[in-house]
Ligand binder design. Structure first.
Ligand code: NAD
Length: 320
């Protein structure tokens, strides 16, 4: 049973957002029901960015993602985020596959937001706002388009090049460049910037909006004015990760956020143990830090698709 190697160009055609969304949704459910394991992410900070080691297991699947965030990479023609996943047999520990995790990261991050929107946004949501138009914004759009009939997508990015790349990449949707306050006037908003201070102001936020706060995934990062969080009902992907590295980490540290605004985790809502949105005027926020269970759920899905396919490279890593 040699180890399978799947590179980026092989992974991308195997990713279908319509399959990734239920896989990620199921991972949230398993985690909330105590059927998954996920030790805290371990961070390694270097001069130009950071690395994270992210292990997890789900029923029948185990593995670890090794991922970086280097914000200056686009100027070197490299993605900000790149990842490798080691996928192992939980029964024996055998390394079944080593796969590129860069696109898996982007797809599962988009899927996690779409799952949050499915449970937390207003049922009549039809417009999407994107704050930030980089790599993750593309999959936020793809994931929402897989679940919603989007009438309009409004986008704002500091970089005009990022905005026009996003608009050109999806000619099938009505996407318009807007000012930040205009983007916030959408039913669902995804914030996907690497900001370390609030980008979105309280006065731009409308009652009834659902915000997927995705960009803050390390200590010191934040995208939303803490006053937004203090008026919202907040759901985290994982409390331990969110309080140290998610959207709520800075305001919690500074004593600017009432911890009672955090109603529970998305998994609780998916598993039906916590109520999500309770009325159409509530502001809901999903604090996404990115969970290893999301990656391992996708790695499992991909491995199951290709395990009998002899076209892919295999190496006898472990001598029998
Ligand atoms: N929560 C998660 O699971 C998860 C997963 C992957 C990445 N991330 C985070 O998402 C963020 C974006 O990642 P990416 O891969 O899309 O990066 P990227 O470099 O491809 O894109 C970031 C975009 O944000 C824009 N931007 C920067 N500051 C801005 C501001 N103040 N207002 C508007 N736009 C601004 C940049 O111009 C760029 O186009 C990073 O912080 C990354 O760490 C989170």
């Amino acid at each position: 049973m040699p180890t399978m190697f799947l590179c980026k160009s092989e992974i991308l055609p195997l990713l279908d957002m319509k399959e990734v969304i239920p896989a990620v949704e199921n991972a949230f459910r398993q985690w909330a029901l105590g059927k998954a394991q996920m030790p805290p992410k371990s961070y390694l900070t270097v001069d130009k960015g950071d690395f994270r080691a992210m292990p997890a297991s789900l029923p029948g699947a185990a593995g670890m993602k090794w991922v970086n965030v280097h914000p200056a990479n686009p100027s070197r023609n490299l993605p900000t985020v790149m990842a490798v996943i080691i996928y192992s047999d939980p029964e024996t520990g055998y390394p079944l596959a080593v796969m590129d995790g860069t696109d898996i990261t982007a797809y599962r991050t988009g899927a996690a937001s779409a799952v949050a929107s499915k449970y937390l946004a207003r049922k009549d949501a039809s417009t999407l706002g994107l704050v930030g138009a980089g790599r993750q914004a593309h999959t936020q759009l793809m994931a929402h388009a897989a679940l919603y009939d989007l009438k309009l997508v409004k986008v704002y990015d500091l970089s005009e090049a990022s905005t026009s790349r996003l608009i050109k990449a999806f000619p099938q949707y009505r996407i318009e460049a807007h000012t930040l306050p205009e983007v916030m006037d959408s039913d669902i908003v995804c914030t996907v910037t690497p900001a370390h201070s609030p980008v979105v102001r309280k006065e731009w936020v409308k009652p009834g909006v659902h915000i997927n706060a995705v960009g803050a995934d390390a200590h010191g990062k934040e995208e939303l004015d803490p006053e937004i969080l203090n008026e919202a009902v907040i759901f985290v992907d994982d409390m331990r990760q969110a309080s140290t590295s998610g959207e709520v980490n800075v305001p919690l540290d500074k004593g600017l956020l009432d911890p009672n605004r955090i109603r529970g985790s998305l998994g609780d809502v998916v598993a039906g143990t916590k109520k999500g949105r309770t009325n159409d005027r509530e502001i809901t926020v999903f604090d996404s830090t990115g969970l290893a269970i999301e990656d391992i759920a996708c790695a499992h899905m991909i491995y199951e698709k290709v395990k009998r396919n002899s076209e892919f490279t295999r190496l006898n890593f472990v001598e029998a």
